[in-house]
Every structure is written in structure tokens, then in C-alpha cells.
Design a protein around this ligand. Structure first.
Ligand code: FES
Length: 134
């Protein structure tokens, strides 16, 4: 599932409403497209906690929104790195981190931080995929 969000409304609230928590499958995700930069992935755990990460694995840019959620982690669908939903850090021995976004859930409505949506992770270089050339 996917949502497209705009961050240029006239609202002065620091939070942007995204969707209802039930729009995110349990142990699943919802992709949030931004006007600029890579999408954000919302995740819902088995206990109902909601997290948000840049939808880009720190390894080679795999779409974390298509990964498998277990506990408070997501397994990347490309090479199975395990990424923490709490802070975006890859589990050892892998190394790397994907940006984490602040989430607020009020009355079942999921919100993301307006300034983070507009800026966080928008200037990251394109992910490297395939064999590295010397
Ligand atoms: S791109 Fe995610 S594990 Fe390789």
C-alpha cells in the first residue's frame, strides 16, 4: 500500500497526518511517497507499535517496505540484512544505518514530522547496486 503526502500545506502543525493505523497491516508496512527524495516506509509491529524509516536499506538500497517485519526489526527483501525499526541500524556483523523518522499516533491517526518529511534523507546519493568496479 502507498500514500502520497505533501508537506507544503498552510497548516502550522509540526505533524502531517498520513493514514489511520489500520491502514498499515500488522507485521507489515505502508509506503509514503514524498514530493522530493526517497519514500518513507511506515511499519506496524505485532504489538501495534508504529515506526518509520527511509524506504532504503543501508546496504544497497533495497525497499525496506517490502521486507519482513519481525519483533522490532525488518529483514531487507534483497539480501536479508536485519534493520532495527527503532533506530534504523543494521544488526552486526553488518554495518550501516538508514534514517529514522519521528512518528506520532493520536486517536488512531498516524502522523509524521513535517520538517523531516521535507528534508530527511532527500540528499542521499543513489544506492550502489551490483558489482563494485575499481
Ligand atoms: S540491499 Fe538490503 S540487504 Fe542488501
Amino acid at each position: 500500500m502507498s500514500t502520497t503526502v505533501t508537506t507544503s500545506s498552510t497548516s502550522t502543525s509540526p505533524w502531517v497526518p498520513i493514514c489511520h493505523i489500520d491502514d498499515i497491516p500488522v507485521l507489515g508496512s505502508r509506503r509514503v511517497e514524498r514530493p522530493r527524495g526517497p519514500a518513507v516506509a511506515l511499519f506496524r509491529t505485532g504489538t501495534g507499535a508504529v515506526f518509520a524509516l527511509l524506504d532504503r536499506c543501508p546496504h544497497k538500497g533495497g525497499p525496506l517496505s517490502q521486507g519482513i517485519v519481525f519483533g522490532e526489526r525488518v529483514a531487507c527483501p534483497l539480501h536479508n540484512w536485519s534493520i532495527s525499526l527503532c533506530d534504523g541500524v543494521a544488526a552486526a556483523p553488518d554495518e550501516g544505518c538508514t534514517p529514522r523518522f519521528a512518528v506520532q499516533v493520536l486517536g488512531g491517526q498516524v502522523h509524521l514530522d513535517r520538517s523531516q518529511l521535507a528534508q530527511l534523507g532527500t540528499d542521499l546519493p543513489l544506492p550502489v547496486a551490483g558489482p563494485v568496479r575499481a
